[in-house]
Design a protein around this ligand. Structure first.
Ligand code: GLA
Length: 639
């Protein structure tokens, strides 16, 4: 088993004379997999029913001749202009009623029957044409599912979905609490998508619209997958995209793809980008249920988005790629192979920059391409994680509502902060769903799990009773899956487990802090906590909550459940979780008696770590300690 290395390859943007150079350069760089065809619909079907596969035949043959495998994509994320002209009803409508025009990508409504038929059609054509091409290694359906629409076609599908979910309008009215503001529905036809309205929207209506879109897009994915599966046994994937706008439940979708694949573009520069990289990779591994997954896209340098422009300094690209591989990716792929000469993303970095191969960027690409084969043996091993952070996308969606008691409540930020504490201590955390089997973890952190089902709450209780250590963050357990408050005191679903009762929320001003008796502080949020059967670990030490519990501890069965009612500072969190800072990003992988240790140094100073075994990049025997230069990395095998 080798590790995949390569990226999106868009030969339709280039004259065929460039294709030969591309294959030559790919060989030089050690590329062994490219994703072809993601946005090539108008080149494959320039007018309705007129297929031109000749150029793609030549490209696949050339790649195969060069020993490069292909991840062949269906081009359905960008229908050609003729499609939109013939099917204007398939152009998407925004929440405020504006019908978009063709001119970018993703200008379709996946609820439009014409779009679905066309998408299935082009997928079938490609599958029939290429299923036995020797270059093919996998199929890549669509690109970054997540586009939604608020048109009448979507409204009709949404109503069907609601009928299926609730069975009756009475049940829907109850779940959506429509008695508030006279929203009671007496006819299914009155239910619309949550389009732009006068004032605050109904939170459950909005949450259901996201749930609906996740299911609808999944149905669209399944249709294309079925076309491919009818003629091919190769694995089928789609690339998951991160972002608050994406209404896709990736944890659920993961069961439907043959390989979990992600695109990852940190939106921070500096050490934040490194933390985000580890976060994205750990999340992907969580979705994949610990099995190998694939980094389908990341950036060789700067992003296309000028507001987030930052060039990756020497060494940084390799460190990001290796962090993904360390955390379970079967390789490292980029968007894209060759920087475009024109078009909307012409300034997005690429493996071959505008400057050509005689460049620092391409030299680093060649270096990385020579390192990955030396690490291939890690591919079949498992990432070792003793701790977990809970992640639930529905909770994230619910907390994006405009109805919460503080605009500072931010689910993603709370989860990132929990993950960051472990990352800074060089400890690998898994992400797990609230209803997952948690028994293999000694410690589980639950950041702001606002929405939780009874079943998931029972699962967390069972984990603690069996000996687990559970650390529950503020604003957890508040509502059920219909977003209805669990009455009798917060944190609703967790009051008994935590042995506390929260009487009232005390959001803090945006820049405000509250002192803790231990010397630390909280920010963003605080709560009026009563310790009922829990022991008080730390107290608020100023303001209106002065002297009241801030952090509590409750022994339940063989385990312990902690409650942290504010966003504590990093030192307090590290003390609570028993962590100390590590100068190196450290990830262990294991198979049988063999352990591989990735040590990645994001700092400028060299760092020394105890180690014994073989360092795979240099092939040197290490006895006692390894020195990792600033900005460098080492991968050790020990038995
Ligand atoms: C996404 C897309 C790519 C490209 C990159 C860079 O991940 O899948 O087509 O647009 O972002 O912006």
């Amino acid at each position: 088993m080798s590790l995949w290395y390569g990226g999106d390859y868009n030969p339709e943007q280039w004259d065929p004379v460039v294709w030969k150079d591309d294959v030559e350069l790919m060989r030089r760089a050690g590329v062994n997999l490219v994703t072809v065809g993601v946005f090539s619909w108008s080149s494959l079907e320039p007018s309705p029913g007129e297929y031109r596969f000749g150029w793609l035949d030549r490209v696949l043959d050339l790649l195969h001749g060069g020993g490069i495998s292909v991840d062949l994509a269906t081009p359905t994320a960008s229908p050609p202009p003729w499609f939109s002209r013939l099917h204007p009803e398939a152009l998407p409508v925004t929440a405020d009623g504006l019908r978009l025009t063709h001119g970018s990508r993703d200008t379709y409504c996946a609820c439009a029957p014409a779009y679905r038929t066309a998408a299935r059609g082009i997928a079938r054509q490609l599958a029939e044409q290429y299923h036995d091409h020797p270059a093919l290694a996998m199929w890549h359906v669509h690109n970054e599912y997540g586009t939604t629409c608020y048109c009448d076609l979507a409204a009709a599908r949404f109503r069907d979905w609601l009928r299926e979910r609730y069975g009756s309008l009475d049940r829907l009215n109850e779940a959506w609490t429509t008695a508030f503001w006279s929203q009671g529905y007496a006819d299914w036809a009155d239910v619309e998508p949550p389009r732009k309205t006068q004032y605050l929207v109904n939170p459950t209506h909005c949450l259901d619209y996201r749930r609906f879109w996740s299911d609808e897009l999944l149905a669209a994915f399944r249709e294309q997958k079925a076309e491919i599966n009818a003629v091919s046994e190769l694995p089928v994937t789609t690339n998951f995209v991160f972002g608050g706008w994406v209404p896709v439940n990736h944890a659920q979708w993961a069961a439907e793809v043959d390989v979990v694949a992600i695109d990852h573009y940190p939106d921070q520069a500096g050490i934040g980008a490194e933390e985000q990289t580890a976060f994205g990779a750990d999340l992907a591994r969580g979705w994949a249920g610990g099995k190998p997954w694939l980094l389908m896209e990341h950036a060789a340098g700067s992003l296309n988005d000028g507001r987030r422009w930052h060039t990756k300094e020497p060494g940084r690209m390799a460190r990001h790629s290796l962090s993904h591989v360390a955390r379970g990716s079967r390789g490292a792929l980029f968007f894209q192979w060759r920087a475009s000469r024109g078009g909307a993303e012409m300034y997005h970095s690429a493996m071959v920059p505008h400057a050509g191969p005689d460049s620092r960027r391409f030299t680093e690409i060649e270096e990385l391409g020579s390192v990955l084969p030396r690490l291939a043996e890690v591919a079949e091993s498992n990432v070792v994680a003793e701790v977990a952070v809970l992640w639930d996308v529905e909770c994230w969606w619910a907390m994006q509502g405009t109805h919460l008691p503080s605009s500072s409540l931010d689910y993603l930020a709370a989860v990132r902060s929990a993950h960051r504490h472990f990352w800074r201590a060089g400890l690998t955390a898994d992400f797990a769903a609230p209803d997952a089997d948690l028994s293999s973890y000694r410690l589980v952190v639950v950041p702001s799990l606002y929405l939780i089902s009874d079943e998931a709450a029972a699962n967390l209780r069972a984990y603690v009773e069996a000996g687990g250590q559970l650390v529950v963050g503020y604003f957890s357990g508040i509502v059920d899956p219909d977003l209805r408050v669990r009455l009798g005191g917060y944190p609703g679903a967790f009051t008994e487990l935590l042995g506390v009762r929260v009487e009232e929320f005390h959001p803090l001003p945006e820049d405000g802090t509250v002192a803790l008796a231990s010397g630390g502080h909280g920010r963003l949020w605080s709560e009026h906590v009563h310790a009922i059967s829990a022991e008080v670990v730390d107290r608020y030490a100023d303001g209106v909550l002065d002297g009241l519990p801030a952090i509590t501890r409750h022994e339940v069965g063989a385990g312990t459940a902690w409650y942290v009612s504010t966003e504590v500072d990093d030192e307090t969190a590290a003390r609570l979780l028993g962590l100390s800072p590590s100068p190196l990003e450290t990830v262990h992988r294991r198979r049988g008696d063999t352990t591989w240790t990735f040590l990645i140094n994001h700092g400028e100073q060299e760092a020394v770590a105890p180690a014994a075994g073989v360092e795979l990049v240099t092939g040197e025997q290490v006895d006692g300690a390894v020195t990792v230069p600033g900005g460098g990395y080492a991968v050790l095998r020990s038995t």
